[in-house]
Design a protein around this ligand. Structure first.
Ligand code: 5GP
Ligand code: MN
Length: 347
């Protein structure tokens, strides 16, 4: 739980500042966007000046999360926008633990003399880069953390009906995606948040329709192909998929179209861990998503072999072509080798 004095301190900082910058992680997901827009919605209600700095494209599947009222506050990274960080006297990072997760915003963020606050739910926050850290790992999402904080905001005083519709919808969306629609990382506080937001009249049906009943046909077709042709299961109980660039082109896949695919193989009885690897378009990078069942640490595997991190049962990382693997063709063999090593070392 966030202590009342710490929350008051953060709201005093917000009150004192002239222009606030909100930062979240690269390849923003529902929680990164939901927590950022939830917080921004509150700043808007307070009449504050603020900018939301987003490091990379918002996938089509999550464009619905962008509130019309906040569009003009969003700045995407480009060289000519770097200077905008200097306008801020307070920077708030949300839903990431290390600054390199903010992509190209990392350097302007580090160089800024502004007061820096981190609000996050991942392990091992980069404490030295922030003046104040509100980090909690026993929580569903950054959106839930932001919700608990905003409940203590001046003028809200625990009455969530006083939060704007924008803020309530954004936070419920972020919590829903980070829990995979209440399948994991659900705490009593998570259900309490959902209950309070529903009681306040938040339109969860609309959010669920946007998130899970609005897929493009290419996603479902690719899903069928991937599960039929690309899924591999090792004798150590690791299911893995490597989505190469040719397959992405074949199905016309866009950023965000494969969101959630990593979870599917976990439904298999003997699978302990699922790894989804995907070539990033036009780059020498393979993005890695790892999910595990209780008793197996996705976090340790991501940290040891995939230059990554995240949470105990849901982590991510990367492999670089030319460094970790010579070419796309070797990705499957790399995953087999190191996931085997991971389970051998565990014994
Ligand atoms: P996803 O698989 O959904 O992309 O990420 C799962 C979790 O791992 C998220 O909480 C995300 O923040 C974290 N994560 C993803 N990629 C990386 C990475 O490259 N480095 C670190 N440290 N964490 C990551
Ligand atoms: Mn998150």
């Amino acid at each position: 739980m966030i202590e009342r004095e710490r929350a008051s301190f953060i709201f005093d900082k917000i009150q004192e500042s002239r222009h606030i910058g909100i930062f979240t992680h690269i390849s923003p997901d529902g929680d990164a966007l939901g927590s950022s827009f939830g917080l921004a919605g509150y700043l808007k209600e307070c009449g504050k000046d603020f900018t939301i700095f987003i490091p990379s494209e918002i996938p089509d599947s999550l464009k619905f999360t962008v509130p019309a009222t906040l569009k003009k506050n969003i700045v995407f990274y480009c060289v000519s926008n770097r200077g905008k960080v200097k306008d801020c006297d307070l920077l708030i990072g949300i839903d990431f633990n290390c600054l390199h997760r903010t992509g190209d915003w990392e350097v302007p963020f580090r160089e800024s003399k502004a007061y820096k606050i981190l609000i996050d739910h991942h392990q091992n926050p980069e404490t030295e880069s922030f003046d104040t850290i509100e980090s909690e790992t026993e929580i569903s999402s950054a959106s839930e953390l932001a919700y608990n904080l905003l409940k203590m905001a001046p003028g809200i005083d625990g009455d969530v009906t006083r939060l704007s519709v924008t803020t309530r919808e954004a936070l419920l969306t972020g919590m829903t995606t980070d829990t995979n629609n209440f399948a994991n990382s659900v705490y009593p506080s998570t259900l309490q948040m959902a209950s309070e937001l529903l009681a306040a009249g938040t339109d969860r049906d609309k959010i669920i329709r946007e998130l899970y009943f609005s897929y493009p046909v290419r996603r479902i077709k690719a899903q069928g192909y991937i599960l039929d042709k690309l899924l591999r299961i090792t004798d150590f109980g690791v299911a893995y998929i490597f989505l190469d660039s040719r397959t992405q082109t074949r199905f016309g896949l866009k950023e965000g179209d494969t969101e959630g695919f990593v979870n599917i193989p976990l439904s298999l009885e003997n699978v302990k861990m699922s790894i989804f690897a995907k070539r990033e378009r036009g780059r020498r990078k393979i993005r890695i998503s790892i999910r595990s069942k209780k008793g197996t640490s996705a976090l340790e595997c991501a940290g040891r072999y995939f230059h990554g991190g995240g949470h105990e049962l849901a982590s991510g990382g990367k492999l670089m072509i030319g460094e970790d693997v010579a070419s796309e063709k070797e990705v499957g063999a790399y995953i087999e080798k190191y996931s085997r090593k991971f389970f051998m070392e565990k014994k």
